[in-house]
Design a protein around this ligand. Structure first.
Ligand code: ATP
Length: 706
C-alpha cells in the first residue's frame, strides 16, 4: 500500500500539474484527469462539461425555537454567493451565526431551526442532500490506530467505484496526500489515548483530505484553523486556497485570522448578530471600513480591527472594566473609542445595506439564480454495498487488533478474573456443598463476567463518532456499518470467551465431556456478544461515555436480578419481573441452560453419607426451579436470536436517531412556536415546503434510485 509504482507517480504528477492554477490563478470549472474519471462515473455521460458549483443565497433567515417556546433570529436576510475557483471566508465574533450559515447552506440545520429564503446551486433552488457537498466539521473524528495513508486509502476504497483499478485509486490517495502536504506523516498513526500520533494541524488536514478525496466541487469547512498555531493555520488556509484554485468552491468559517491568513481570502463575509456587516472582496474590506467611518488604525491587523468593530462583547467588557476602575481613558483618534460597539455595528450594517458592495452582491446573486448549470447530485459513495461492507469490516478489524483498549485489555482482565474464579471454585466436585457452589459459579460467570463487556463502551462511542461523520458526508449506509461492526468483532469475542471459558471450565472441573464444555463457551460467547450488541445500541443514541455506561450497567443490573439466581424463578413476582423481564433477560436463559448443562447426569452427595445421593435433575427442578423439559440448546438458541434482535435494534436506533428524531423534534419545535404565537406561525418562518430540517431521507432516496 505504501509503495508507489512509477506509473502511479506519473498519474500523481499529472494530477498535481492539472491542479496548478492557470494564468489568472483560477481554474474555473477545470478538472484534473482523475477528478474527471470520478465525475464521469457519477454523471454517466460522455462529456462531463462544467461541473463547478456556483452557490448563491438570497434573503436567508434562520429562526430557532428555544425550549421555552421563544424564538430567536440567528440569521437575518443574508444574501451572498460563492463562486468556483474562490475561497470565501466567513468571519464574525463568537455567536454571530457563522456555523449556522454554513449549516443552512449545506442543509444541516438543527431540528429547532427554521429557514426562509433561497439557496441556489448552479441556478437551481436546492436543498443539498448529504454527500452533494463535502463538509468538514470542527471535530476531527478519525480512527486513531490507522496511519494517515491507511485512513485515506480505506476512505478511497469505501467510496470510489469498484471497477476503478486499484492503481488509480492509489494514485488518487497519493495525490491527496501531496495536495494536503501530508507526505512527511503519511505513515504515522493518527494517535489515540495510548498511541502518540500526528499533530492537531495534521489531523485537521487529514479531515480535509478525506473530504476532498472525491474531488467535491463544493467544500464547507467549519473553523478549520481553530486550535492551530499560526504556522499550521497558515498552511491549512493556503491549502484551502490551493483547493479552490482547482475550480472548487470553498467556504470556511475562520475565527481570528492572522494578517498572513487574511491575505489568502478571496471573498469575505462578515457577520455580526446574524446580520451582514460586509460581503465582498477581502481586499476591499479595508476600504469599506474606512468609507463607513471606521478606518483601520496604523499598525493594527485589519482582520483584528474588523472583528473589534463588530464584537458587541467589547461593550460589556468595557463597562465591567470601567466599573472596576481598571480602564483608564486616554485621548485617542480611534473612532471606536467614541461610540459603543453596538452603535458601530448598526452604522456598519446600515452603511453596507446602501453601499455599492451590497448592490453588486444582490445583482450577482440575481444573475446566478437565473443561469441554470449542471445539476450536482449526491457525491456520496460510488462503491457497491458489498465493497463498503468488506472495507468497513477490514478497517474495523484492523482498528480492533491495534487498539489495546478495544479487546486486548479485556482479554487480559477476562483471563485474570477467570483464573480467580478457577482458583476459588477449584475442582468443585460433587459434594453436597458443591451444589450451591456450582450455581454461584455459573451465576458469577454469566452475570458479572459478561457484565465486564461494558468496558468496551468508550471504543464503541469513538466508532459511532467516526460513523456519524462519514454517514453525514454520504460515505456509506447504516446496513453496511451494522454488518461490518458485527463481523469484525466476532473473532475477538470468540478468542476472549473461548480462552477465558476454557480456563474457568477446566479449573473448576464443571461437567466432564466435550459437548458440555462446548455448550459452556458458546453460552459465554453468545452472552458477551449480546452485551456488546446492547452497548452498541446504547452508543448509537447516547454519545456520552458516562451516561452510556450508567444506562448499560442499569439495564444489566435489572437483567441479572431476574436471572433466577438472586431470587428463584418461581418466587420472582409475576407481574413485570417474571413476565416479561426475566424472559427478556439473557442472563436468565444463560443460567437456565448452564444449570442443565452442568447438573443433568451428575449425582451429588447428600447432607449425610447415610442418605442416598441426589440426582442433578432433582436439584434442577426442586432447588434451582429449572424447567428440565426444555432442552438447554433451546436456551442457547434464544441467546443467539437475542444477538440478532439487538443488532436489528441497533440498526433501527440509528435510523430513528437520524430520521424520526429530527422529525419529532422539528414537529415539537413548530408546535411550541405555534402555541407561543397563539396558533400563528411567525411571519419570518417559511411555509412548510420551505422549512428545512436535517433528515437523511433525501440521501436514502438518492441511494435507492441508484
Ligand atoms: N439550534 C439552535 N438552537 C438555539 N440556539 C441556536 C441554535 N443554533 C444557533 N443558535 C444560537 O445562534 C447563535 C449563533 O450560533 P453559531 O453557532 O452559528 O455562531 P458562530 O458564529 O458559529 O459561533 P462560534 O464562533 O462560537 O462557533 C448563538 O447564539 C447560538 O446559541
Amino acid at each position: 500500500m505504501t509503495n508507489k509504482g512509477s506509473s502511479n507517480s506519473e498519474v500523481v504528477m499529472m494530477e498535481i500539474e492539472a491542479n496548478k492554477p492557470t494564468g489568472n490563478g483560477m481554474v474555473v470549472g477545470g478538472l484534473s484527469p482523475l477528478s474527471e474519471t470520478i465525475w464521469k462515473e457519477k454523471t454517466s455521460v460522455e462529456m462531463v462539461g462544467d461541473v463547478s458549483a456556483r452557490l448563491a443565497w438570497k434573503d436567508l433567515t434562520v429562526m430557532v425555537t428555544l425550549s421555552n417556546g421563544e424564538t430567536q433570529n440567528v440569521l437575518e436576510g443574508l444574501t451572498g454567493y460563492a463562486e468556483p475557483g474562490t475561497f470565501t471566508a466567513l468571519m464574525g465574533p463568537s455567536g454571530s451565526g457563522k456555523s449556522t450559515l454554513l449549516d443552512a447552506l449545506s442543509s444541516r440545520l438543527a431540528t429547532n431551526a427554521f429557514l426562509s429564503g433561497n439557496v441556489f446551486l448552479n441556478g437551481r433552488k436546492t436543498k443539498l442532500s448529504f454527500g452533494t457537498a463535502a463538509y468538514v466539521t470542527q471535530d476531527d473524528n478519525l480512527i486513531g490506530t490507522l496511519t494517515v495513508r491507511e485512513t485515506i486509502s480505506y476512505s478511497a476504497r469505501l467510496r470510489l467505484p469498484d471497477k476503478m483499478p486499484w492503481s488509480e485509486k492509489r494514485a488518487l490517495v497519493e495525490s491527496t496526500i501531496v495536495e494536503m502536504g501530508l507526505q512527511d506523516c503519511a505513515d504515522t498513526v493518527i494517535g489515540n489515548w495510548h498511541l502518540r500520533g500526528i499533530s492537531g494541524g495534521e489531523k485537521r488536514r487529514v479531515s480535509i483530505a478525506l473530504e476532498i478525496l472525491m474531488r467535491p466541487r463544493l467544500l464547507f469547512l467549519d473553523e478549520p484553523t481553530s486550535g492551530l498555531d499560526s504556522a499550521s493555520a497558515f498552511f491549512v488556509t493556503q491549502t484551502l486556497r490551493g483547493l479552490s484554485r482547482d475550480g472548487r468552491t470553498v467556504i470556511a468559517s475562520i475565527h481570528q485570522p492572522s494578517s498572513e491568513v487574511f491575505e489568502l481570502f478571496d471573498r469575505l463575509y462578515l457577520l455580526s448578530g446574524g446580520k451582514t456587516v460586509y460581503f465582498g472582496l477581502a481586499s476591499e474590506a479595508y476600504e469599506f471600513f474606512s468609507q463607513a467611518g471606521f478606518p483601520c488604525p496604523a499598525l493594527r491587523n485589519p482582520s483584528d480591527h474588523f472583528l473589534r468593530c463588530i464584537n458587541s462583547d467589547f461593550d460589556k467588557v468595557k463597562a465591567t472594566l470601567k466599573g472596576s476602575m481598571k480602564l483608564r481613558f486616554e485621548a485617542s483618534d480611534d473612532p471606536l473609542e467614541k461610540v459603543t460597539t453596538a452603535e458601530a455595528i448598526r452604522a456598519l450594517t446600515d452603511y453596507y445595506r446602501t453601499s455599492q458592495y451590497c448592490y453588486s452582491a444582490n445583482e450577482r446573486v440575481e444573475n446566478m439564480s437565473k443561469v441554470k448549470g449542471t445539476v450536482l447530485d449526491s457525491g456520496g459513495s460510488q462503491a457497491s454495498f458489498l465493497m463498503q461492507s468488506f472495507m468497513l469490516t477490514k478497517r474495523s478489524f484492523v482498528n480492533m487488533s491495534r487498539d489495546f483498549g478495544y479487546y486486548w485489555l479485556r482479554l487480559v482482565i477476562y483471563v485474570l478474573v477467570t483464573v480467580c474464579i478457577g482458583t476459588i471454585y477449584f475442582n468443585v466436585g460433587t459434594g453436597y456443598n458443591s451444589i450451591l457452589a456450582r450455581g454461584a459459579c455459573a451465576s458469577f460467570v454469566f452475570g458479572f463476567v459478561t457484565f465486564m463487556s461494558i468496558g468496551g463502551f468508550p471504543s464503541f462511542v469513538e466508532d459511532m463518532k467516526v460513523f456519524q461523520r462519514e454517514r453525514l458526508n454520504g460515505h456509506y449506509g447504516v446496513t453496511a456499518f451494522v454488518i461490518s461492526n458485527t463481523i469484525s468483532a466476532m473473532p475477538f469475542l470468540i478468542l476472549i470467551t473461548f480462552i477465558s471459558g476454557t480456563i474457568c471450565y477446566y479449573m473448576v472441573r464443571l461437567h466432564p465431556g466435550f459437548v458440555h464444555y462446548l455448550f459452556f463457551v458458546l453460552c459465554l460467547y453468545s452472552s458477551v456478544t449480546v452485551v456488546e450488541s446492547l452497548m452498541m445500541a446504547i452508543a448509537s443514541v447516547v454519545p456520552n461515555f458516562l451516561m452510556g455506561i450508567i444506562i448499560g450497567a442499569g439495564i444489566q443490573g435489572i437483567f441479572m436480578l431476574v436471572s433466577g439466581y438472586f431470587r428463584l424463578p418461581n418466587d420472582i413476582p409475576k407481574p413485570v419481573w417474571r413476565y416479561p423481564m426475566s424472559y427478556i433477560s439473557f442472563h436468565f436463559w444463560a443460567l437456565q441452560g448452564q444449570y442443565q448443562n452442568d447438573l443433568v447426569g451428575l449425582m451429588f452427595d447428600n447432607q449425610t453419607p447415610d442418605l442416598p445421593k441426589i440426582p442433578g435433575e432433582y436439584i434442577l427442578e426442586y432447588v434451582f426451579q429449572i424447567t428440565v423439559s426444555r432442552s438447554k440448546w433451546i436456551d442457547l438458541g434464544v441467546i443467539f436470536s437475542m444477538i440478532i434482535v439487538y443488532r436489528i435494534i441497533f440498526f433501527f436506533m440509528i435510523k430513528i436517531n437520524e430520521d424520526l428524531t429530527p422529525w419529532v423534534r422539528g414537529y415539537l419545535a413548530r408546535k411550541r412556536m405555534k402555541q407561543k404565537n397563539g396558533g400563528q406561525m411567525n411571519t419570518t418562518v417559511a411555509p412548510y415546503g420551505l422549512t428545512q430540517s436535517p433528515s437523511l431521507r433525501t440521501y436514502v432516496a438518492d441511494h435507492r434510485k441508484r
